[in-house]
Ligand binder design. Sequence first.
Ligand code: GDP
Length: 434
Amino acid sequence: KPIVAIVGRPNVGKSTIFNRLVGERISIVEDKPGVTRDRIYAQAEWLATTFHLIDTGGIEIGDEPLLELVRQQAEIAIDEAHVIIFMVNGKEGITAADEEVAKLLYKSNKPVVLAVNKIDNPELQSEIYEYYSLGFGEPYPISGAHGRGLGDLLDEVVKHFPTLSRNEKDDDIIYFSLIGRPNVGKSSLVNSILNEERVIVSDIEGTTRDAIDSYFKKDDQEYTIIDTAGMRKRGKVYETTEKYSVLRALKAIDRSDVVLVLIDAETGIREQDKRIAGYAHDAGRGIIIVVNKWDTIDSKEQSMKTFEDDIRKHFQFLDYAPIVFLSAKTKKRIHTLLPVINVVGENHAKRIPTNVLNDVIMDAIAISPPSTMKGKRLKILYATQVSVQPPSFVIFVNDPELVHFTYKRFLENRIRESFGFLGTPINIFARRRQ
Ligand code: GDP
């Protein structure tokens, strides 16, 4: 998906605009329990195109002086985004910090759309002309407070999206990525997989713009590990700022079928692990939790069970994800990984025929009918799978408001039990049908 970054000095209203643009989406995902959400990025949608939106103002770089701060944030945006929204404050005029940002953006050759915020009423419209001098063409007047002008702004932003060819992805190949805190062993595991699994490795030339992927084949299954270049070469630099590394992880997650969430057995589970896992969960990818450095643990059955309980307790939102214990260093148990990747990759793309699905749903309703809400009873007419990756289902009902989340979860569990969706999230949407 395209990435759009909002750049501008503090207090021009970046977060307000950010929240307006993604507001709906955030309230939708919020009902998934257990995910600590990080608000510097989110998914937004305009004209049926979804994109990632980044508020660079949310990236804490430390106690830097103002100019240094905006400069670094602009650089992040230039590195990561396809389109940049450069935001200035229409009530204050152009400041030195604005000019600093403008200089950097100008040199970057990235498409920049200039937004002049705090133009709260039409009389102020004439004030925007001075902003032509920043050199980014037409300034778009907006009002974060009133939500004015956002449509025109987004129309312009969307025009600059690169034409991303999804067909670049080959359906026969399982694309996977590794994410996790610095030093959990991501690079080590990639190397172990490629070197020790006796796989046939070859570089596919020119596969992507910003990542060199590792393609390999094992037992007739083809795989591509995404963004190893980032991990092997640039990774360390990027990981110095946690939220910055998130952007890199996001890009990799976006292109993956399956995401390996690495946890360090030696140090145990940390808060940051949960956040990182939350991104993969939100993106709807297949997920495998990989406990690395298992060689450092006195590996009795008991310790594995204890660790697993710990993971289940901390990652309740990933209850569908299988757990693999291994050591990238000693290669112990590493052979257990690819078979699990195969299963999760398959489940993530699995399609259930409508008649079979409806048998299961109708059975579930018969066993446990929905209770009444406000004197009305939910009626489920039929269900169908509308998409894969992740598998998504629509249930047609008399009134979507009557679908309590506990009942949705009940149906999800029945679907999981019946069709074995190990490792993949599944979505259920309710739609009205009389
Ligand atoms: P990354 O930052 O996630 O890419 O982590 P690296 O692959 O660079 O590994 C960080 C450190 O952990 C290195 O010193 C590795 O040698 C070490 N390491 C990685 N995997 C293992 C493992 O399975 N066992 C042990 N004991 N150390 C490991």
